[in-house]
Design a protein around this ligand. Sequence first.
Ligand code: GRG
Length: 346
Amino acid sequence: MPLRFGWDAPTPLPYRLGVASGNPLLQLPTVPADLDRVEAALRAAVTAEDPFLTQVASHLITAGGKRGRPAFAIGAAATAAATMAPVHDDVITGSVSVELVHLGSLYHDDVMDEATTRRTVESVNAKWGNLQAILAGDFLLARASEIAASLGTEVAGLLAATIGRLCEGQVRELQDTYNVGRTEANYLSSIEGKTASLFATACRVGAIVGDLPRPEIDALTEFGLRFGMAFQIVDDILDVTATDEQLGKPAGHDLVEGVYTLPVIRTLSEGADDLAALLGGPLEDEQLDQARALVRANGSVAESLETAGEYARSAIASLDPLPHATAAVQLGEAAQHLLAGVQAAA
Ligand code: GRG
């Protein structure tokens, strides 16, 4: 069963339910039904005139995914009310536009990584080829932009800027591929762009469309950004600590691809010559096992976990200006839960 970000369930369940059912936001009484509305709107959004394009563009939606970003957009909008109620249709629309950007980035990412699986199914590039994956990814981004434009220029501009930040974060990562001298500053700025910016935008879109006061919109944006930093660091820790079965994809993938993440950077900075000698190029299976063991053998996993904890705690602190609505409390719980899951796995 996939083990991701602590949102896993104790019994085997289909991928989406298995990974999402522990998300504290889903405990809010109206959120599961709101996410069903997102699901229907997502499928409608990727319906094209060409049945083949519809099939390729729907592939990862049908496969699952935790819908973490839509849940955050809904949670952010719901902080406007003291008690929970179904969110306005515009919040569903905003959530769909954010999830479509996420999906588009996954299609492109899998081409860049030559990935074979995503969300436990064959990746789009593996199933239909790179050209189809890139075009279908472009189609998802186009639909995201069109849908965001229906919510006004602020949301449309924000989404466009966020797509740019994702690209900047990814390019920063690419520039340091196989670089054993990669700095923590480069890593942090890359993950802020490629991951945290979209969580920030999910919360901001929910808060804008939910008509919250400006200081609360800003507080929720900050929450999403800091949560997103913790989320990516946890993802990167699990790449060196978890098994293939727990991840639902090959463990150690980042090391193989030459993406040196926080626990690896910290191990190297402590003068681990044995690790430096292994890295710097592609790895055979046995070398990968050795490299993962070396990263796990020092304090860098615990230190990275501590850094993720600092981001999660500061995410929770950024919710202070919000009224203590049920949804705000559950957003904070989501940050707590993220850490609890990885501590259990470390
Ligand atoms: C064209 C938008 C666009 C971007 C191009 C390829 C690229 C630049 C950016 C890649 C960004 C990327 C894949 C970041 C990793 C984000 C991440 C942590 C993905 C996994 O998120 P989960 O766990 O996945 O929420 P699910 O499947 O549950 O939705």
